[in-house]
Design a protein around this ligand. Structure first.
Ligand code: SF4
Ligand code: SF4
Length: 135
């Protein structure tokens, strides 16, 4: 059993499909939804954990991609604005996964989206507004 945290982006025409139902029923996956949003244009965003047999997760993702859903492993909805970031380091102790950490030069902040678990701790702990959420 493995768990993958992913962001799904649904184009307008696909927001009505019962995808959670199909992922559970057809691919034997457990679903844990963290965040969801439907925009005024009726596009949908979903951040969720998929748990199950790795092959079934891959098949479920392939099924989603097949009808136009974008599945993003690196992007989970947290936005880090490099232009705003002054590398003060204030966010680092508040990031539980080290998604925000100093680069090898030990002075420049870097963001690794694959490690982000969307806890949002960094947002109130960035004095410069460099961290924000698309949700
Ligand atoms: S949302 Fe949480 S895990 Fe992601 S970068 Fe911010 S503090 Fe780190
Ligand atoms: S707190 Fe904000 S400005 Fe400071 S290093 Fe983190 S993201 Fe950059």
């Amino acid at each position: 059993m493995v768990t993958k945290r992913l962001l799904f982006f649904f184009p307008r025409c696909e927001t009505e499909k019962p995808i959670v139902y199909h992922l559970v029923k057809d691919f034997d996956l457990e679903i844990n939804i963290f965040r969801a949003k439907v925009t005024p244009d009726e596009e949908g965003y979903l951040v969720l954990d998929l748990t199950g047999n790795e092959a079934n997760i891959d098949k479920g993702i392939a099924w989603l991609v097949g009808f136009g859903v974008e599945v993003r492993e690196q992007d989970k909805g947290l936005r880090w604005d490099q232009e705003r970031c002054v590398s003060c380091g204030n966010c680092i102790p508040h990031c539980p996964t080290k998604a925000l950490r100093f680069e090898e030069d030990k002075r420049t902040l870097g963001f690794d989206g694959a490690k982000c678990i969307v806890c949002l701790n960094c947002i109130p702990n960035c004095p410069y507004g460099a961290c924000s959420s698309m949700f």
